[in-house]
Ligand binder design. Sequence first.
Ligand SMILES: Nc1nc2c(c(=O)[nH]1)N[C@H]1C(S)=C(S)[C@@H](COP(=O)(O)OP(=O)(O)OC[C@H]3O[C@@H](n4cnc5c(=O)[nH]c(N)nc54)[C@H](O)[C@@H]3O)O[C@H]1N2
Ligand SMILES: Nc1nc2c(c(=O)[nH]1)N[C@H]1C(S)=C(S)[C@@H](COP(=O)(O)OP(=O)(O)OC[C@H]3O[C@@H](n4cnc5c(=O)[nH]c(N)nc54)[C@H](O)[C@@H]3O)O[C@H]1N2
Ligand code: SF4
Ligand SMILES: [Mo]
Length: 685
Amino acid sequence: MPVTHHRTCAICEANCGIIVTAEGRDILSIKPDPANALSRGHICPKATALEDLQNDPDRLRRPIKRTGDAWEEISWDQAFAEIGEKTRALMAAHPGCTALYIGNPNAHSYANALTSGDLKSALKTRNFFSASTVDQMPHQVSNLRLYGHSGLWGVPDIDRTQTMIIMGGNPMASNGSVWTVPDFRTRAKALQARGGELIVVDPRRSETAKIADRHIFIRPGGDAFMLVALLKTVFSMRSGVVPDWLHGTDGLREALDSFDAASCAARAGVSMAEIDHLATRLTSGPAALYGRMGTSTQSFGTLCAWLIACINAVSGQLDREGGIMFPAPAVDTVEVLGKGSIGKRHSRVSGHPDVLGEFPAACMAEEIETPGEGQIRALFVVAGNPVLSTPNGTRLAAAFSTLDLMVSIDMYRNATSRLAHYILPPTGPLEREHYGLFLLPIAIRNFGKFSEPLFEKAEGTLHDWEILRGLGAAISGEETPKPDPRVMLDGLLKAGPYGVSLEELASHQSGMDFGEMQAGRFPARLKTPDKTVNLAVPDFIADLERLRAAFTDDDSRLKLIGRRHVRSNNSWLHNSARLVKGKDRCTLMIHPDDARARNLGDGSTAEVSSRTGSIRLKVEVTDDMMPGTISIPHGWGHNLPGVAMGVAQAHGGVSVNDLTDEALLDPLSGNAALSGVPVDVRAVG
Ligand SMILES: Nc1nc2c(c(=O)[nH]1)N[C@H]1C(S)=C(S)[C@@H](COP(=O)(O)OP(=O)(O)OC[C@H]3O[C@@H](n4cnc5c(=O)[nH]c(N)nc54)[C@H](O)[C@@H]3O)O[C@H]1N2
Ligand SMILES: Nc1nc2c(c(=O)[nH]1)N[C@H]1C(S)=C(S)[C@@H](COP(=O)(O)OP(=O)(O)OC[C@H]3O[C@@H](n4cnc5c(=O)[nH]c(N)nc54)[C@H](O)[C@@H]3O)O[C@H]1N2
Ligand code: SF4
Ligand SMILES: [Mo]
């Protein structure tokens, strides 16, 4: 008899409700759940690939161990015992030699989030890295300084706004980021139908720009200049009442005194007419200015995040309906997790300050290569593929192959895990529970859903959290029993604003809707000691000098940016034949003028070089690109020795992170500047 199962697709941040029909362990269909109040019947093509992930013959089910180039399957007991013993021996001989890298899927697993600390404390490590420093860290630094908590996110209220401005985000492909906004397209259409405006600021005419009312091209990395121009213009138009909780507007205005709005706009490649239009929209009706990847993975990432928040605040859009709002999730992570700190320690080799306890992922290679006390010798990678995801992957791969011990918790033998000594694979995506612990707090509605697993886990397999706990115990030698993650989650839910139990939440198969986001949560919601938002943050104001100095930077070389596609997810969905089929997506997009100047035709092959390396790939000539800018997606390049992902390898592709530069960082957040990398392009063959 077929069974029907309501669950959540946890591949991307949208967290869509899905209905899976299965008979035995066969999946008959994966369909959208129209009764889910958050996703309202939306899914994207990736949801159906859950079946491919579940059944993929290349997906590992048992631990494997590498000796030289040979891999053998071993038992969990052997894996834990050997890894525990080797790690303890290395820790005794070389204090401080352990390291941990946590990848993006951890943010999609509540159980990982509640148990990865066990492994971290067993490793007693100060070398903590994660995908956050190739992603959203600048926003978190801004959250911490302005609102008093790195996890206190403002969410654009797209359903009630009249103006939605998206800078450096492409939700038509990504389905939203740090903004759980499933069904973006319908919401954007509704905005347009009620007379509102969708505006996109992007160096590429992206899929989102194509459905927008207005697309503004911007030079990669020009955002901070444009935002200065916009903020100054908003200041000149705004005359409304400043809420009691908003401080520092005079200090902020003064800090920008010596910048000229028109020159800043010109430096960004944006006209003052566009700036005036944006400022008028922002100061007249409900409006939300949102900045994502393009604004954070650049060398002025933190300045961008701060200026965006300042513009929303000064235009009166913070904490109001239709502006930037603050959700009330069923587990309030802001109350549960520490606020975060900056600069408590410094990295050994380059002296980078830690941000929220992390060092920049871009420093991992040098910390492995550089001899001395504290050199990394034992690395644990949990659900991450940093060889394809972090800058200068070639150098990082070479560094990984010198480690005394490397352990990957991953279901694939991929570009990163092939270099490990042990790969420990978790259960499949339909064999585990789901609650969007970190995603519901950034959702556009107050909503909760808990999904039980559809299938029992296959015999002899372990969940991520069991592996994390198993490793923790094997390394520390402590066997104290700890509560299951679901017991912990039940406690967190009961302590949350709705006091709902896990059992009750789980009984609502399409989730529980707690209603629209509410305005007027400030100042109570703020975590700053004085319950105010002080816009004049000294570190950020000081960093404006670096921006000023960049005004005259040589801007003549081509600048590399990235892109995402709706049928791909970072580096790890390329083994699904149904997703990768069709046109080659790992291509170089270039403007016709730039192509002509280099003798490049559509479909020809180009070599792209940067300080760190060079790659060759197919050219797509398109005036969707801004002149002077090229775009290459990340996460490709699986065809490496030792990889065992048949479909992905057959598909080929190259890694853009062989070109991105580990030396290019936003100093305030340690975030990699993946965008705006200077490159040269020439025709080959
Ligand atoms: N040039 C460039 N580089 C980028 C980006 C870009 O836009 N441009 N984007 C950056 C961003 S935003 C991010 S988040 C990072 C991502 O960086 P990473 O997190 O390092 O990389 P992912 O590609 O997400 O790889 C996730 C890994 O986890 C495995 N995995 C998937 N699900 C699970 C699971 O449930 N359990 C376990 N144990 N393993 C799992 C996959 O097989 C894969 O190996 O990449 C960044 N890199
Ligand atoms: N289908 C799919 N969905 C995904 C993912 C995926 O890989 N595939 N990854 C998930 C993850 S981990 C994340 S973090 C999110 C990211 O979600 P988004 O933030 O929406 O990321 P991107 O689609 O990379 O969009 C970034 C946009 O910034 C533009 N850009 C680049 N440089 C600049 C710049 O200097 N200034 C400005 N203004 N724009 C710039 C790019 O052209 C691009 O259109 O997506 C998530 N969802
Ligand atoms: S948008 Fe697609 S990948 Fe993201 S949660 Fe929804 S169905 Fe899954
Ligand atoms: Mo990400």
